[in-house]
Design a protein around this ligand. Structure first.
Ligand code: A2P
Length: 287
C-alpha cells in the first residue's frame, strides 16, 4: 500500500480505521505554557494530521478539544475525519497517608466491560488498551462473554525497542500496535530510563536519513509506519510538527528495514518504576 498524506489509515478489527501517524500531546504540565497544546494541535491539523493522541491526565485535553473544534469550525476538517484517542480516569495518582501510590484493586476484565459499555453507548467508536503485555491481552481475549475485542494496544515502540514478540502476538490477534515515544522520548530523567543512548543520534539512522535527505526522526517514524505500527510523535514545536508529517515522500528498502530492526536493544525508555509494585504492573514479564 502506498502511504500518502491523505491516505495512510489502516483497518481496525471493528471495521473502523486508524491513521498511521498521529500527534502525541503529553507535555509536562508544570513547564508547558497555557495555549501551547492548542497551537500545536491546530498546526498539526493544518499540516495534515488526522489523528491526535490525548488524555485527561495530560492536563491539556481542554486545549486539544478546543483546537479540534476550531479547525472544524473554520472548515479545515470534518469531525468524522479526526481520530481522537482519549484515556479517561477519575482521581489522578491517589496516595495513601504515607505518600505511597494508593492503588485501585484492579480487575482488568471488569474495566474492559466498562469500556465495552462506553462503545455500546456511543461514547467511543473503537476501544483499545495500553501497556498491556501478552498475559493481560489474553485475559481480555479469553474473557467469557467478550463482546468487543481491543482493537489497539498502545505501547512503547521505536527502533531501539521494536517489540518483536508482542508485535507478532498482536498481529496474530488482529490488534494494531500504536507506538508511543516513537522518537525515543524527551529524555526527561524524572520518568525516562537513560541507560539507552539518545536514539536520534544513532549512526545507522543518521546515515539512512542522510541518504534520503530526511531527518533521523522521519526515518524512525517511517520505519514503524512501514511495518504497520502507528506512530504518535509528540511535538509542540510548530516546525517539527510539520517535519514529522513529511514521511510520505520516501520509503525504506527491505534491507534498511532489516538493518533498523537490528538496532533493537530490548531496553525500555519508559519503565514507570514508581508503579513496579502494582499487581498488574505490565513490564515484569518479557512481553
Ligand atoms: P518538542 O515538543 O520540543 O518538538 P516522543 O514522541 O518519542 O516521546 O518524542 C517527543 C520528544 O521529541 C519531545 O521532547 C519533542 O520535543 C521531541 N521532538 C519531536 N519531534 C522531533 C524532531 N523531529 N526532532 C527532534 N526532536 C523532536
Amino acid at each position: 500500500m502506498a502511504l500518502t498524506p491523505k491516505n495512510h489509515s489502516i483497518p481496525l478489527s471493528d471495521g473502523n480505521s486508524i491513521p498511521l501517524i498521529g500527534l502525541g500531546t503529553y507535555s509536562n504540565p508544570q513547564n508547558t505554557p497555557k495555549g501551547t497544546a492548542l497551537a500545536a494541535v491546530k498546526r498539526a491539523i493544518e499540516v495534515g494530521y488526522r489523528h491526535i493522541d490525548g488524555a485527561l491526565i495530560y492536563c491539556n485535553e481542554d486545549e486539544v478539544g478546543q483546537a479540534i473544534r476550531e479547525k472544524i469550525a473554520d472548515g479545515t476538517v470534518k469531525r468524522e475525519d479526526i481520530y481522537y484517542c482519549g484515556k479517561p480516569g477519575d482521581t489522578f495518582y491517589p496516595q495513601d497517608e504515607n505518600g505511597k501510590c494508593a492503588y485501585h484493586k484492579t480487575d482488568l476484565c471488569a474495566t474492559w466491560e466498562a469500556m465495552e459499555a462506553c462503545k455500546d453507548a456511543g461514547l467511543a467508536k473503537s476501544i483499545g488498551v495500553s501497556n498491556f503485555n501478552k498475559r493481560q491481552l489474553e485475559l481480555i481475549l479469553n474473557k467469557p462473554g467478550l463482546k468487543h475485542k481491543p482493537v489497539t494496544n498502545q505501547v512503547e515502540c521505536h527502533p531501539y525497542f521494536t517489540q518483536p514478540k508482542l508485535r507478532e502476538y498482536c498481529q496474530e490477534k488482529n490488534i494494531v500496535i500504536v507506538g508511543y515515544s516513537p522518537l525515543g522520548t524527551n529524555r526527561d530523567p524524572s520518568w525516562v530510563n537513560l541507560e539507552c543512548p539518545p536514539m536520534l543520534e544513532d549512526q545507522l539512522l543518521t546515515s539512512i536519513a542522510k541518504k534520503y535527505k530526511k531527518t533521523t526522526a522521519q526515518v524512525c517514524l517511517r520505519f514503524n509506519m512501514q511495518r504497520g505500527v502507528v506512530v504518535i510523535p509528540k511535538s509542540f514545536n510548530l516546525d517539527r510538527i510539520k517535519d514529522n508529517f513529511q514521511v510520505f515522500d520516501f520509503s525504506l528498502s527491505e534491507e534498511e528495514m532489516k538493518a533498523i530492526e537490528g538496532l533493537n536493544k530490548n531496553i525500555r525508555f519508559v519503565v514507570l518504576p514508581f508503579w513496579a509494585d502494582h499487581p498488574e504492573y505490565p513490564f515484569h514479564e518479557e512481553y
